[in-house]
Design a protein around this ligand. Structure first.
Ligand SMILES: Cc1ncc(COP(=O)(O)O)c(C=O)c1O
Length: 417
């Protein structure tokens, strides 16, 4: 019988491309069955695995969940999020770096993903473009498409793989000629997939540029979306949030939004909790943001996960719990740096080009034929994710012992591409 599509016209063709990460993951699992776990390096999973290659969790979080009341586990949370959670999300996001004379509000969302969804949908006109980095987390495209928004990319790095602001400036200028609302996405610190973190100096220059754009044309609305999913693995509060002081005095038609995620910070990806934070010098702007976000929550997924919200509220109000979690997270953060250092040292020795890495879950090697490169590495039972312009190593999933030799094998494989 011939197949007749029943979906509405805007849904045609959705989901026809396979998910690269899950395809590779299946290949890696097949290889484990064939040759054994010891011989396989699975650098495809975007979650922390411990040194025994088991899914890592924080024991303080596990214990919290064992003691939580049935009501906090099962009941609804308020649509916008529990008030104590919203305060806690703002506190965790800024950690003392909220600029003076600004207003901040939060809305609970299912992970950072939910917050990104709200900003793409509520701050960009249908059919218009969101500006995202060329090296980027794939779902930015999916989220934009799902909500009938288009995507334009800026180049994060120049020809020598050094971070550059020029393309952001050029693309912003171009898009502001065409549309009044512009959302620009930054995934920093510990960018996925490069591990790059923008410096305070880079932020300062960029914010000055955006301020100028906003002041020069009051009709324009410039919305920055900072996706900070990995910030708790990227250094001290000063290093990860210090740049926020440059947001002081932004004009009212410039709005800073931050996607806060509990997925990585608490190693509880599946609990689907996070918040979208709005920061402005105008009280009206943040109140509108809160109203609109709350309505969107109701209209898309209703409420968030109460237990996760309760956890964050308790972390902020219970220094003992906070310090236990911080200690355990610091262990994994150090482990990530240790794994990265092995790869980067070897890459330097064999002259393997990587994107500039500071911290985080991933290291990326640029390539003209990423698929071929991943296939060659699979011959050595190394499983990585091919991107458009390179391959991504999920160092978060690879134990220290298996980090050695990977850069050298990649250099050799590049010679065969
Ligand atoms: C760059 C980036 N942003 C956002 C997310 C969203 O994660 P979640 O929705 O679980 O918070 C991820 C998850 O992998 C990510 O890599």
């Amino acid at each position: 019988m011939s197949y007749c599509s029943l979906v509405a016209s805007h849904a045609k063709g959705k989901g026809t491309e396979s998910d690269a990460v899950f395809t590779i993951l299946k290949e890696a699992n097949d290889a484990i069955k064939r040759v054994g776990k010891d011989k396989v390096t699975n650098a495809s999973i975007g979650a922390i695995y411990d040194e025994n290659e088991n899914f890592a969790t924080l024991s303080a979080v596990r214990e919290y969940y064992q003691k939580i009341s049935a009501e906090d586990l099962m009941n609804y949370a308020p649509i916008a999020g529990m008030p104590a959670f919203l305060e806690a999300a703002i506190q965790q996001t800024f950690k003392g770096f909220q600029p003076k004379n600004t207003y901040a509000r939060a809305i609970a969302t299912p992970g950072g993903t939910g917050g990104i969804r709200h900003i793409f949908y509520n701050y960009v006109e249908q059919g218009q473009k969101v500006l995202i980095p060329d090296w980027a987390w794939g779902p930015y495209h999916t989220i934009a498409k799902e909500h009938m928004r288009d995507v334009e990319t800026y180049n994060m790095f120049d020809d020598e793989y050094k971070f550059s602001l020029q393309s952001i400036i050029d693309k912003t200028t171009e898009l502001l000629e065409i549309q009044d609302n512009l959302v620009i996405v930054f995934n920093t610190p510990a960018h996925n997939p490069s591990g790059y973190s923008m410096s305070s100096e880079e932020w300062k220059k960029l914010i000055e540029f955006f301020k100028e754009c906003a002041v020069n044309n009051e009709k324009k609305k410039i919305i920055l979306l900072l996706d900070m999913a990995y910030m708790d693995y990227a250094g001290t509060s000063e290093e990860t949030r210090g740049f926020m002081r440059h947001f002081a005095g932004i004009p009212a038609n410039m709005f800073v939004t931050i996607a806060y995620s509990m997925s990585k910070s608490f190693l509880m990806y599946g609990m689907r909790s996070g918040a979208i934070i709005g920061l402005s010098t105008s009280k009206d702007v943040v109140e509108e943001f809160s109203r609109v976000g709350s309505f969107s929550n109701r209209g898309v997924w209703s409420n968030g996960t109460r237990s996760a919200q309760k956890l964050l509220a308790d972390v902020v109000n219970n220094p003992e719990l906070a310090s236990e979690i911080d200690k355990e997270r610091a262990y994994y953060s150090t482990l990530l740096f240790k794994r990265a250092a092995i790869f980067l040292k070897e890459a330097k020795e064999v002259e393997l080009q990587t994107l500039p890495f500071h911290s985080g879950f991933f290291i990326t090697v640029p390539s003209s034929d990423p698929r071929k490169l991943t296939e060659i590495l699979m011959e050595s039972n190394i499983y990585t994710v091919p991107l458009k312009k390179g391959i991504r190593f999920a160092i978060c999933a690879v134990p220290v012992l298996k980090m050695s030799g990977m850069a050298r094998k990649t250099k050799e494989a590049l010679g065969r591409v």
